[in-house]
Design a protein around this ligand. Structure first.
Ligand code: FE2
Length: 287
């Protein structure tokens, strides 16, 4: 068992809070360990959205996952956005905030997309500096997510996991490891997903995403529209053999089925955690 560097607890098995499930959640208060919400859905919002979030956070642990931190942008850091995020995090008592390793805008033109960063020494130092400032401002750990990738840069000087490991160490931040994203990127770019998993600096991992994807034959798209595939659960299990329990949520954002179907998907994680624990015990007993 390797604890995360911040000593944050395992918050269990959660799911994304999506509008199609609001009524079910508010009416039935189902047994769920935590809900992850997209921060931007509730920033600058009063009225009904905030009333829903307040109701949910009074019954459940809420984790914040955003899309606008833009750690790779060259435009100045958006402290107005961070101010609102900090206030939201305080409101729901978020233990950390997460976002993506990406950039999204240049000279104030926002692409509204999560764009990949060339993995060079120069961009690494740029991102490290920004993450340090962002984390200091938020006064909370920041967990950055490995993206799903569809292109690579010839100028890149290191692998993604090397880049993320150095970023986490040098910026003293956390990682949100999306196991499906590793699988998607590995297939799209021909690297070994198992080697990636072996290199994850587990003490920096604050939680996991798992999700389904769509195999287009020539490439895989991270659609979040299906069940998690066995290979992703296999990678997830091996990570848990390395670090023990970590909060896990399932992302299902397209063709969203009923609440129980999504919740049952994340509850499968318990089986794989138990399997990981049994394998570790077996190894210990075998000496
Ligand atoms: Fe994710």
């Amino acid at each position: 068992m390797v604890e995360n560097k911040w000593g944050l607890p395992d918050f269990g098995l959660g799911m994304g809070l999506r509008s199609v499930h609001y009524d079910h959640v508010l009416t039935n208060k189902p047994k769920v360990d935590f809900f992850e919400v997209i921060s931007e859905t509730f920033l600058d919002k009063g009225g009904k959205p905030m009333a829903i979030l307040e109701e949910v956070s009074s019954h459940y642990r809420v984790l914040l996952h955003g899309v606008s931190m833009a750690v790779g942008n060259t435009d100045p850091i958006d402290f107005e956005y961070l101010k609102k995020l900090k206030s939201l995090a305080r409101k729901v008592k978020a233990p950390f905030v997460s976002d993506h390793l990406c950039w999204n805008a240049y000279m104030c033109h926002n692409s509204h997309d999560l764009l990949p960063i060339p993995l060079t020494e120069k961009t690494l130092q740029h991102v490290v500096g920004r993450v340090r400032q962002i984390q200091d401002f938020l006064e909370l750990p920041v967990a950055l997510e490995n993206p799903s990738n569809y292109l690579e840069f010839k100028m890149s000087q290191m692998s993604e996991i090397e880049y993320l490991s150095r970023l986490a160490e040098e910026a003293d931040c956390g990682l949100l490891l999306d196991v499906n994203n590793v699988f998607v990127s590995a297939n799209n770019h021909g690297f070994c997903p198992d080697d990636y998993i072996e290199q994850v600096p587990v003490e920096r991992v604050l939680y996991h995403h798992v999700a389904g994807h769509t195999d287009k034959g020539t490439h895989i798209v991270d659609t979040h529209s299906d069940h998690v595939v066995d290979k992703v659960w296999d990678m997830y299990t091996r990570l848990h053999e390395r670090h023990g329990g970590r909060s896990t949520m399932v992302e299902w954002d397209a063709d969203i089925p009923d609440f129980e179907t999504v919740h049952n998907e994340v509850l499968k994680a318990q089986h794989y955690r138990d399997l990981a624990e049994a394998r570790v015990k077996e190894r210990v007993n075998a000496g």
